[in-house]
Design a protein around this ligand. Structure first.
Ligand code: FMN
Length: 438
């Protein structure tokens, strides 16, 4: 299959109420029921109008203890994407499902079913879930060690891939005259026996319309990157500076090659949460309005969730000491995000209040404040200088933050020939221009 000229890729990272933790309180945020299909369809329709690659939903199967300060309800991703696949046409649907709190056969079947129902528009964001509260919902006293979560994920994904491949693409014959629906010889048991899972198969859902659902992953620790280099076709990452982005990009492509995979068939997608205004002053005013609505207690709890560290005993307006965060190898939760936060504190000598404000916008992902032209400049700079193939666009508020991007930034990128003017295919694999599964 001929590769298309390299173009940008965009997902919208939907966080109920907007990615800025306090934007839900702002008059610009639409007061709609966040668990309604109408809300999610509205977001998907705007993303589809902007010709974006996919709507992406994160997932943590536990209620955040920040429900006082922010809308944190999360619909089950399989149910939500099932509904969205019925009310959308071309936009990709990226769902997050954990390898720690599920079984391979069930996940392979659910994701394959969504892929059939959506006509091949599904991506699976593979997470190992490092949130303590989730373990307590599944009869455990705590989360497994970082290393063990990834060992289980490796066995899990190998089993799922084999199940998805257990039907040859031409297994269904549908020969009614000769009473042959399918050629059983083209449907295969997998007899998977791994460290954690034993699965006979085959799957009871035929081969995906796109060959296989798209595999997505977001681990940036050593272990996480090694796992992603073996399996991921799309990699999400949090990078704050161009140099950090370039280093991750080059390093990750090297790992893909070491795994005898084609790096040009893997997309590296960086988180970006801009606040956009008609003028820079307008954008700055809006950002200040959001920040004024922040509850410090929220930020402290969130940082504890990522890093496992409670910073509430530190004075708000004194620089945080370098040893405020543990040695990275000892972090069992989000290792890469903890490293990112510790580097940020050290690099800029931040006080606790300043750190909370920096994390407020997008949980450590890249933020910026500016006009559509300035946002387009930043995007083109990262795309053209080996730091990103695309972005997880994280609207600070909804739906306005997304329409600002679709109506303000996308047309600029289209005029510059950097982004599609229309979809070139029907499946998520087409949107990312990945070709057949490697
Ligand atoms: C864009 C992005 C989205 C993520 N979404 C989720 C999520 O929905 N659920 C989850 O448990 N972890 C999520 N993560 C966390 C990752 O899956 C992973 O645990 C984290 O990046 C730390 O990985 P590491 O310890 O290998 O560095 C996300 C990370 C990124 C960068």
């Amino acid at each position: 299959m001929t590769r298309r000229p390299r173009q940008l890729h965009f997902n919208v990272h939907v966080s109920t109420g907007g990615n800025h933790e306090a934007s839900w309180r702002h008059p610009r945020t639409a007061p709609v029921r966040l668990s309604s299909l109408a809300f999610h369809k509205m977001i998907a329709d705007i993303a589809e109008r902007g010709k974006l690659d996919a709507v992406f939903y994160g997932d943590t199967p536990a209620l955040s203890d920040n429900v006082t300060y922010r809308p944190v309800e999360q619909l089950d991703p399989i149910a939500l994407h099932g509904a969205l696949s019925a009310v959308t046409h071309t936009i990709g649907l990226a769902a997050t499902v954990s390898t720690t709190f599920n079984e391979p056969f069930s996940v392979a079947r659910k994701i394959a079913s969504l892929d059939q129902l959506s006509g091949g528009r599904i991506g699976w964001n593979i997470v190992t879930t490092s949130n303590e509260a989730v373990a307590l919902n599944y009869g455990l006293d705590g989360i497994a060690a970082h290393r063990d979560r990834y060992r289980r994920a490796e066995d899990f994904v190998q089993a799922v891939k084999k199940l998805w491949d257990s039907w040859d693409a031409d297994a269904i014959i549908d020969d009614r005259a000769n009473d042959i629906y399918a050629d059983a010889g083209r449907i295969h048991e997998i007899f998977h026996e791994g460290e954690f899972f034993k699965v006979r198969g085959p799957l009871n859902v035929p081969r995906s319309p796109q060959g296989r659902p798209v595999l997505i992953q977001a681990g940036s620790s050593e272990t996480g990157m090694a796992f992603a280099a073996r399996h991921a076709e799309v990699v999400f990452t949090a990078q704050r500076t161009l140099e950090d982005g370039q280093q991750f990009y080059a390093g990750f492509r090297r790992r893909v090659i070491e795994n005898r995979r084609d790096p040009d068939r893997v997309r590296i997608v960086v988180g970006l949460s801009p606040i956009i205004g008609g003028t820079e002053a307008e954008a700055k005013n809006l950002a200040a309005e959001f920040d004024e609505l922040i509850a410090p207690e929220y930020g402290l709890r969130q940082l504890r969730g990522f890093t496992g560290v409670d910073l509430s005993n530190y004075p708000l307006d004194a620089p945080l000491p370098a040893d405020a965060f543990p040695e990275n190898e000892t972090v069992e939760t989000h290792r890469s995000r903890t490293a990112l936060v510790a580097t940020l504190v050290q690099r800029e000598n931040l006080t606790l209040r300043q750190l909370l404000q920096r994390m407020a916008g997008a949980r450590g992902h890249q933020t910026m404040i500016g006009t559509p032209e300035q946002v387009a400049e930043r995007i083109e700079e990262w795309f053209s200088n080996g730091a990103a193939d695309g972005f997880n666009f994280m609207p600070a508020y909804l739906p306005g933050g997304l329409t600002d991007f679709v109506d303000g930034v996308v047309p600029i990128l289209q005029r510059r020939g950097l982004f599609r003017r229309d979809y070139e295919g029907a499946t998520l694999r087409d949107h990312y221009d990945l070709g057949a599964p490697q």
